[in-house]
Structures are given as C-alpha cells and as structure tokens.
Design a protein around this ligand. Structure first.
Ligand code: HEC
Ligand code: HEC
Length: 331
C-alpha cells in the first residue's frame, strides 16, 4: 500500500515539475505563460516556433544526410530516420522498422528536442550525449570520431571556421546536428490548438477521448509537451507484479541494460505519444501492430483496467489529434 502511495506521490511531483518548467519555457508574453500555467491540463502545446541559427541549422541538415559520418560510407542518419511530411492527412508507412542488436523500433524524430530522456531505455539525458555515442555505436554509424572528422573536413572545416574561428571539432558537428534536431519541432496539432483556446479544434468524440485518457490514468505517465518522454516506468507493471510471464528476452530488460541494477529490470522510458497515430508498429520492440492493440495492452497491463470497444475507439480518436505538422526534410 505504502509502495503504491510513494509511487503515486513521486509521479505526481515529477509531473508537476515538468509542467511548471515547460510553462515557464513557453515563448510568448508573461501573460500567455501565466495562462498556460493556470490551465491545469496535464498536456502542454509544442512551441509554435524556435529561433535557430540558420547557418548552423543548414550545416546540421547536411550532416544528417552525410554518409561520411559512418564507417561504411553509405549510412547516414536519414538512412534509418526518415523525415517525411506529417500532418493529419498524411499516413506514414515503414518509418518505425525494428532493428539492431537490441531489436529496437526506429523512433520518428519530430519533437525529439522536447524530450527529457532519449532512446527507449532512456539511456541518455541529452541529445549531445546521444550523438556522441551514435557515431561510435556499431549498430548506428560504426566509426571513430577522428576518422569521421577527417572525412568531413574538406567540405565542412572552412564553414565551421567561419562560425567559430577555430578548426572544426567534434563538438561543432554535434552542435550542428542538435540544432537540426531542434528544427524538427512539429507544432499545431489539433489538440494544441484546443489547448491554446480553440474549443472547435476537437470534435465531441475527441474531447470525450481526452477525458477518458485522463480519467482512466493514462495521463499520469504520458504528459507534458511530449505527452511522455519525461520519466521511466515499468513496462507491464501488472504483468510482473505476480511474477514473470515466461523468460524475459534480452531486449525486454530496458533500463537494466544501462544501470545493471536489478530494480531497473523491465524499466522503460514512457514514450512520447506525439504523432503516435503515424508510427506503427508500437512499443520498443514493435510488438504491437495497431494503435487499438497498443492501447488495450496499456490499459490492461499498466493500469489493470479492461476497456470496451467504444472506449478504445475514443482513445484512438483522441490520440490522432496529437499529430503535428512538419513539411518534412528531403536528403
Ligand atoms: C542504423 C539505424 C540508425 C542510424 C544510422 C541512426 N539511428 Fe538514431 N536511432 C535508431 C534507433 C533504432 C533508435 C532507438 C534506439 C534505442 O532506443 O535503443 C535511435 C534513436 C535516436 C534518437 C532518440 C529518439 C528517441 O525517441 O529518444 C535520436 C535523437 C537519434 N536516434 C538521432 C540520430 C542521428 C542524428 C543519427 C545520425 C548521427 C542517427 N540517429 C543514426 C536508429 C538509427
Ligand atoms: C504506468 C505508466 C503508464 C501508463 C499509466 C500508461 N502508459 Fe502507455 N506506455 C508506458 C511505457 C513505459 C511505454 C513504453 C513501453 C515500451 O517501451 O515498449 C508506453 C507505451 C505506450 C504506447 C506505444 C507508443 C509507441 O510509440 O510505441 C501507447 C500508444 C501508449 N503507451 C498509450 C497509453 C494509453 C492510451 C494509456 C492509458 C490507457 C497508457 N499508455 C497508460 C507507460 C504507461
């Protein structure tokens, strides 16, 4: 009982901290920020714009699609992370292939710079850390930094020198890529328009779906600007309370991989639900093919409730309103 209370209190505090920090961080007048803070919804809108250095952004865009960052000279970030146009009338296919040693589903990167933790197991707490590691990761770019910098120098050194007045270094490449990732902000989801005060942005069904999302408990884990990606939670909380269901697979150990602590077994980052209608298959290992099924699993195993067909449909309708807009980026 006390374990449950402590967990609920910790989740409550973490949520409050995230919401306050994100409201303070909103662009706009102090009055608009105060209005957002007072608005007690557990989800915050994605900022409408970001001010980014255009020079650095362009360097980052080119590096994202530059195969000289990889050991095989063929792989670039965009080989795995497609950046197609998104919006409510677009449907994506094959953006979330399951791959690599740990059999992880490839995340769609829109809004990624809003996250507090990165990768399914929350291995990294900053994009800088993640990128430093992605270059040498045998599953990703599989090269040495020194070699990548030598290959990139002929095209990039002079341009970075102009910006920083020193020879190009690893941190410059990382900074340019991070700037590019910041530009993948996908604002203006219908749900964000609703949060900003447009009552007509959602249909009656979608509003009911949102109420259910809060009432049934989804928002205790999926909240903030990213509707997730703020903290860790046991995946299949209820499955594991009464003991393991069969042998866990290596790829299901989650954060245990990062810390080696027994208590982190099966602990995963709560993922962002932004654009989730577009990113089947679901879960870290792509084990769920449809959104209906993923929601059913969540309700049953994370919350211990059984939803009927109508309730699942309402949640699907609400989640589809979290699809933002981005014109996409071509290689
Ligand atoms: C071979 C495919 C592959 C390549 C190449 C690759 N990635 Fe990834 N990326 C993945 C996968 C798979 C994950 C999820 C990994 C995990 O959770 O263990 C990921 C995770 C990420 C994340 C975190 C997303 C999240 O939801 O937390 C970012 C950001 C990212 N990659 C950016 C990049 C950038 C920038 C590059 C180029 C330097 C790159 N990736 C190269 C496959 C790839
Ligand atoms: C106790 C915390 C918790 C609660 C409550 C919770 N979730 Fe989740 N959710 C998670 C975690 C952790 C994952 C990631 C599992 C994994 O890594 O495979 C996840 C994954 C998901 C996914 C898949 C996302 C993707 O990109 O693959 C969806 C959809 C989802 N949740 C919806 C919901 C809905 C709807 C509810 C309410 C019925 C809910 N969740 C309740 C923690 C939670």
């Amino acid at each position: 009982m006390f374990g449950w209370l402590t967990r609920a209190a910790a989740l409550g505090l973490a949520t409050l901290w995230v919401l306050t920090a994100q409201a303070a961080d909103e662009p706009g007048s102090p009055l608009e920020r105060a209005a957002l803070l007072l608005n007690s919804e557990p989800i915050r809108p994605v900022p409408l714009r970001r001010d980014l250095d255009p020079e650095l952004l362009e360097l980052g865009r080119q590096l994202f699609f530059d195969a000289r960052l990889s050991g095989d000279g063929e792989t670039h970030c965009g080989s795995c992370h497609q950046l197609p146009p998104i919006g409510e009338d677009q449907r994506l296919t094959d953006v979330s292939a399951v791959m690599g040693k740990y059999q992880r589903s490839v995340p769609l990167l829109y809004n990624v710079s809003e996250y507090y933790w990165f990768n399914w197991d929350g291995r990294f707490s900053s994009l800088e850390q993640l990128l430093n590691a992605a270059i040498t990761d045998p599953d990703k770019m599989n090269t040495e930094w020194s070699q990548a910098l030598t290959r990139l120098a002929p095209d990039y050194d002079a341009r970075f020198r102009q910006l920083n007045e020193r020879p190009m270094a690893k941190t410059d490449v990382v900074q340019a890529l991070v700037t590019f990732l910041h530009s993948l902000n996908a604002p203006n989801a219908r749900f964000d328009r609703y949060l900003r005060g447009d009552q007509n942005a959602l249909t009656e069904r979608e509003r009911r779906g949102y109420r259910l999302f809060k009432d049934v408990g989804c928002a205790t884990c999926h909240n903030g600007r990213s509707v997730g990606a703020n903290f860790f939670e046991q995946f299949y909380v209820y499955r594991h309370e009464g003991g393991q269901e069969g042998e866990p697979r290596l790829q299901d150990l989650g954060r245990y991989y990062v810390t080696g602590e027994g208590e982190d077994n099966n602990l995963f980052r709560v993922p962002s639900l932004r654009n989730v209608a577009l990113t089947a298959p679901y879960f870290h290992d792509g084990s769920s093919d449809t959104l209906d099924h993923a929601i059913e699993e969540m309700a049953e195993h994370q919350l211990g409730v059984e939803l009927d067909r109508n309730e699942i449909d309402l949640l699907v309708d609400f989640l589809a309103t979290l699809t933002g807009t981005h014109p996409g980026v071509e290689p």
